[in-house]
Design a protein around this ligand. Structure first.
Ligand SMILES: Nc1ncnc2c1ncn2[C@@H]1O[C@H](COP(=O)(O)OP(=O)(O)OP(=O)(O)O)[C@@H](O)[C@H]1O
Length: 623
């Protein structure tokens, strides 16, 4: 928080002269001011303009009924705190409408003076930078004090707001505490964040309970001789009965009901709504289906048009199931999350999803997040404008997100993305717009993101090293690629494929084949191909002698861990205290050093700055 006089003079300079000293400001606030200026919000006004009342307000409230019911009791628990501290507690929907406002009359009266009332729309576009609108935009908790507000109407107020999300990361609404500036409370932000977290946990619990109740109740209504499914109120299939399961391939993700009907050719025969005995709300439906036509039961991947797969498909049923899923996923523009050990072919699968999708004319861009120094990931993904920082390329750089526009972006080793980048990526997924570094232009993008990892992401989410909301956005359709040891029947096919493709002459004799089939292949297909390469340069006499060396030992381990190379492990925790521009400068220096194999004078030359300046900067950034 800046001292108030300083912040007021910065506001004046920005509003009157357009000059912004963003290094001394919270990044969220300075970014919001720029947005407000671009959207021509009036800084000298900022009182509420759009207010819903009567029926319009009731129907707006109705849309948020479920989470309001859950949240209001928690707000009520804050009553004595609100009264003691002179605060207002507000709940706001995802469109920015204030649905509920609680507090004591004198404070409510002061709020009325700026038309801050129930029913008002309190977004950045309407009233300029403010905790509610800015939290809505940024998707994270925000505190705005006094003259950090963009418009004068709120200069005598302080507010803190936090988003509340459902289990899939979708925004349910915002909770906010606001007060006249002299009542600013040090824990305002912590209180709204905790309240949001509590509601999110309860929301999740409630959903799980509802789903259990739905299954229990609907199950009794499904006639087992007929095919039937249980569908929740979000149109997802929660359970299918035996008659359906026998005829459909298992899917690791959840089908939406319309997609399922299309895929297997079932038709709806009868639907019964299921209501909760606990709270009376609609839980979902028990649906009886008519038998599908014979043709539509053929697994899609083995129909007349085989799917395009740029490798060897083999014969195992586990990999055939992967191919079937690729076929299905390809047609829908959803984000896919690939899980699988190193070397199992995740990139090949990502490519196949792209090649079979309607956007296969668009680009396929692959990025290995684990192989890029952490300092460079941002510019690599988001790109930068011309002259964004020292050493920036002449005409700027089009980041991978924009390069992949109209196609697919494959983010391998997604677990390696540093926390600030996780926030930035989440924003791209939410808003489908990319803002290159040093630019204020937002580039709209339309792309499918396929991410992959061999790490346990659920564990990373639990430990807090990977954002849960981002995880759910990426994890729309999880697809597991089996390790080679679980599909050994594919080994002879992979061997033939690789030797033919690369014209290798590997003498195959019984002991060798036996070894191939009994070995565990920790490095999977990559290790298999490496072994074939080594075999191809050995003579028939050498092979039996060198067998123990070929399998296992360092070789397998190396193959299994080949993916990650980190140039500089000293990524700094001081980063937080540097300005944005400084961080960019540091990135370009690291990049130049990387390119010149650590030679400082060559790197200085590359950046076009004197060596002495370069050394100063090295010291400054402790490189
Ligand atoms: N079914 C297959 N047919 C042909 N080649 C394959 C197949 N599966 C994997 N490969 C080959 O094995 C090697 C490793 O595959 P890929 O790079 O896709 O694995 P990965 O799972 O992405 O590994 P990592 O996690 O280490 O990046 C590549 O050379 C790839 O072409």
């Amino acid at each position: 928080m800046l001292n108030e006089t300083l912040s007021a003079s910065m506001w004046k300079r920005f509003v009157q002269e357009g000059v912004l000293d963003s290094t001394r400001m919270n990044k969220r606030i300075s970014e919001s001011w720029i947005r407000c200026k671009q959207a021509v919000v009036n800084p000298y006004s900022g009182t509420g303009r759009s207010v819903l009342s009567g029926k319009a307000f009731d129907s707006q409230k109705q849309k948020s009924r479920q989470w309001l019911e859950l949240t209001l009791p928690h707000v009520r628990k804050l009553t004595s705190f609100i009264e003691d501290t002179g605060m207002l507690a507000l709940l706001i929907d995802p469109e920015g409408y204030v649905l509920s406002m609680n507090g004591q009359s004198p404070v409510l009266q002061r709020a009325r003076e700026i038309n801050f009332v129930e029913g008002v729309r309190w977004t950045e576009e309407e009233v300029g930078t403010n905790a509610i609108g800015t939290a809505l935009y940024a998707g994270e908790p925000v505190m705005v004090i006094g003259t950090e507000h963009y418009s004068v109407a709120s200069h005598h107020w302080s507010c803190s707001a936090s988003p509340i999300r459902d289990e899939q990361g979708q925004l349910l609404g915002i909770v906010d505490l606001s007060c006249p500036i002299e009542r600013t409370h040090p824990y305002m932000l912590a209180i709204v964040s905790t309240l949001a977290y509590t509601v999110e946990q309860e929301w999740k619990r409630r959903r799980q309970q509802d789903e259990l109740e739905l299954i229990r109740t609907a199950w009794e209504q499904l006639e087992t001789v007929f095919p039937g499914v249980i569908v929740n109120e979000r149109q997802q299939i929660v359970l299918a009965n035996k008659a359906v399961r026998e005829k459909t391939a298992p899917s690791s993700g959840r089908w939406t009901y319309p997609d399922f009907l299309r895929e297997y050719g079932y038709a709806e025969r009868q639907r019964t709504p299921v209501y909760s005995r606990q709270h009376g709300g609609l839980l979902g439906y028990a649906i009886m289906l008519s038998e599908p036509s014979r043709r539509s039961l053929l697994p899609a991947s083995f129909s007349a048009q085989p799917i395009r797969f740029g490798g060897e498909t083999g014969v195992s049923s586990v990999f055939r199931q992967v191919l079937q899923q690729i076929e299905r996923i390809s047609r829908r523009s959803i984000n896919v999350f690939l899980k699988g050990e190193s070397g199992t072919g995740k990139e090949l699968v990502a490519r196949a999803i792209h090649d079979n999708s309607p956007c296969n004319n668009g680009p396929f861009i692959a990025v290995n997040c684990g192989a890029i120094p952490k300092e460079l990931i941002e510019s690599e993904l988001f790109g930068y404008a011309e002259g964004a920082f020292t050493g920036a390329r002449r005409h700027g750089y089009k980041g991978k997100l924009v390069q992949a526009n109209g196609g697919t972006l494959f983010l391998d080793e997604i677990g390696e993305i540093p926390p600030q980048m996780q926030v930035a990526l989440l924003r791209v997924l939410q808003e489908r717009k990319v803002t290159p570094i040093g630019s204020s232009a937002e580039i709209p993008v339309q792309l499918r993101i396929i991410s992959a990892t061999h790490r346990d992401m659920s564990q990373m989410v639990k430990e807090g090293t990977f954002r849960e909301d981002l995880f759910y956005r990426l994890h729309v359709y999880p697809l597991s690629i089996p390790p080679l040891r679980e599909r050994k029947e594919d080994i002879p096919h992979l061997v033939r494929y690789y030797c033919q493709k690369n014209n290798l002459d590997v003498p195959m004799f019984p002991e060798l084949i036996d070894q191939f089939m009994h070995y565990d292949w920790p490095g999977n297909v990559r290790e298999l191909f490496n072994v074939l390469e080594r075999l191809s340069v050995m003579t028939e006499e050498e092979i039996p002698l060198l067998l123990p060396e070929l399998f296992g030992g360092d070789f397998g381990l190396l193959a299994a861990t080949a993916a990650t190379t980190e140039w500089d492990g000293r990524s700094s925790s001081r980063e937080e205290s540097w300005s944005y521009r400084e961080q960019l400068e540091k990135q370009s220096i690291v990049q130049a050093l990387h390119k010149t194999n650590g030679s400082a004078s060559a790197a200085a030359k590359l950046l076009g700055i004197p060596r002495s300046t370069f050394y100063r900067k090295l010291q400054k950034y402790r490189l």
